[in-house]
Design a protein around this ligand. Sequence first.
Ligand code: ZN
Ligand code: ZN
Length: 257
Amino acid sequence: MDANYHTHTYRCGHARGSDEQYVKAAIDAGFKILGFSDHAPYKGIHIPSDRMDMEHLEGYLSCLEALREKYRDQIDIKIGFEIEYFPFLVDHYKKLLERADYLIVGQHNPTFLDNDLDLYAGEAEIETYGDLIVQAIESGLVSIVAHPDYFMVGRRSWPANGDAVAHRIAEAAARCQVPLEINLNGLRYGTKMIDGQTAHLYPYRRFWEIVAQHPVTCIYGVDAHHPTTLMEKERVLTVNQILADLPLTIIENYRLP
Ligand SMILES: [Zn+2]
Ligand SMILES: [Zn+2]
């Protein structure tokens, strides 16, 4: 794995370290491409522990642009944002994209404010989650779907509509050629009892069994909220055990189009 497009900064309020520490850790870990994708700011909305503020935007861009220049001989820095997709914000996403290299969609809530999927995701919310991810993929604005099985974070059983939602996401990802991310940071929650068996919340095997039935590109994403997470390559081994023997197409050295 020589490319990671999922990296946060302190600006979102729940990640630690300086921007330069992430760059140095990525170089030490052997990455050739480091993509920053901090939680995007939303105008007029201040969510201190979750999202960058609008007033952080210029500093985010200028700081990363300076690091890109400083370390250009050692690593290729890409600048992006992680968004939740809501159709009424399409113009906002387009403006962000004018200033950045790419967007990833990490759908943490089925409604704009509140109602996090990590609290509990009922089937209606999971249906909405699937709808929004399919719309994000079809919008042409996002380059990667982060943790597409994120809804399992607020579940202790596979939902009745889980297969159908997974098929819809995988079908759209294959059709629009948007990679699905096997997220390496879900492991931090440890294992839980899910449907009577201990399992990590995500990646969740059942979801990826369905993905494997579609011609989808999969990539790993570190989802670093701490610089040294970039050096924890053993996370790849653990998720590979979870996904063992599934015929997934995992591109370790993925390049953005
Ligand atoms: Zn985060
Ligand atoms: Zn993230």
